[in-house]
Design a protein around this ligand. Structure first.
Ligand code: KIV
Ligand code: NA
Length: 265
């Protein structure tokens, strides 16, 4: 089982092989996700919610992200390891962004993820040019929850859709290798996926036409006590074990049966 590399992700997009991504925060689940066939593990700043019990991702620090990234990276594994840049760690300048990206790479990340559209294109370009693979994240960007007025669907209406397409193109142009689309109408996410020629789209609440899917581990295992989005499916409900639930998720992403229409906008 060869490790998933950047060219391999590109091949998967080109050949229409769905990318199964799942969040991961520790070494035990990294081993589990590896053996269950997950392609990309994301050390998400959702750890603020599911590990720390906070109501947003805003209190998550670089120290937290480095700690959990090192936990996930402790053992060599097949999945690509992506780590989130937390709020405030890349907003000051592109120099600040590469300094902090370097800390995540040193902890074992192979790609960093940051939130934002055209405003982040310059930063994405700066990182990519210097050898740091970047995953972009548009649509509902949880670090901007207060500016967005809550956790709600983005890209509604003609103008909203046109703006999101411009953002997606700017980020691909800047060199982003992957792009999370969160809480985006399925039709718009499908159009963006067609528009992007090399950057793989990863949907969460963005329909089944994306190049891949991501969920928060604690959501898809039904262990997160908080409110969960319409786009979440509890794969533990019909599984006999945690391995079984994660295998069912990977299978459902690969064969296109997840997300279903009931998970979409
Ligand atoms: O932090 C996270 O888990 C994420 C995914 C939901 C995309 O950003
Ligand atoms: Na995140």
């Amino acid at each position: 089982n060869k490790p998933i590399t950047l060219p391999e992700l590109g091949r998967m997009k080109r050949e229409g092989e769905k990318i199964a991504m799942l969040t991961c925060y520790d070494a035990s689940f990294a081993a589990l996700e590896d053996r269950c066939g997950v392609d990309v593990m994301l050390v998400g700043d959702s750890l603020g919610n599911v590990i720390q019990g906070k109501t947003s991702t805003l209190p998550v620090t670089m120290e937290h992200m480095v700690y959990h990234t090192a936990c996930v990276a402790a053992l060599p594994s097949r999945p690509m390891l992506v780590a989130d840049m937390p709020f405030g760690a890349y907003h000051e300048s592109k120099e600040q962004a590469i300094r902090n990206a370097g800390k995540l790479l040193a902890a074992g990340a192979e790609m960093v993820k940051l939130e934002g559209g055209e405003v982040m294109a310059e930063t994405v370009h700066f990182l990519v040019e210097r050898g740091v693979p970047v995953c972009a994240h548009i649509g509902l960007t949880p670090q901007s929850v207060h500016a967005l007025g809550g956790y709600r669907v983005q890209g509604r209406g003609e103008e909203g859709a046109a703006r999101m397409k411009r953002e997606a193109l700017a980020l691909e142009q800047a060199g982003a290798a992957m792009m999370v689309l969160e809480m985006v109408p399925a039709q718009l996410a499908s159009e963006i996926t067609q528009l992007l020629k090399v950057c793989a789209t990863i949907g969460i609440g963005a329909g089944k036409e994306c190049d891949g899917q991501v969920l928060v581990l604690h959501d898809m295992l039904g262990v997160y006590p908080g409110k969960k989005g319409r786009f979440v499916k509890d794969f533990m409900a019909e599984a006999q074990s945690i391995d079984g639930a994660v295998q069912a998720y990977v299978r459902a992403v690969k064969d296109g049966s997840f997300p279903g229409p009931e998970h979409c906008y």
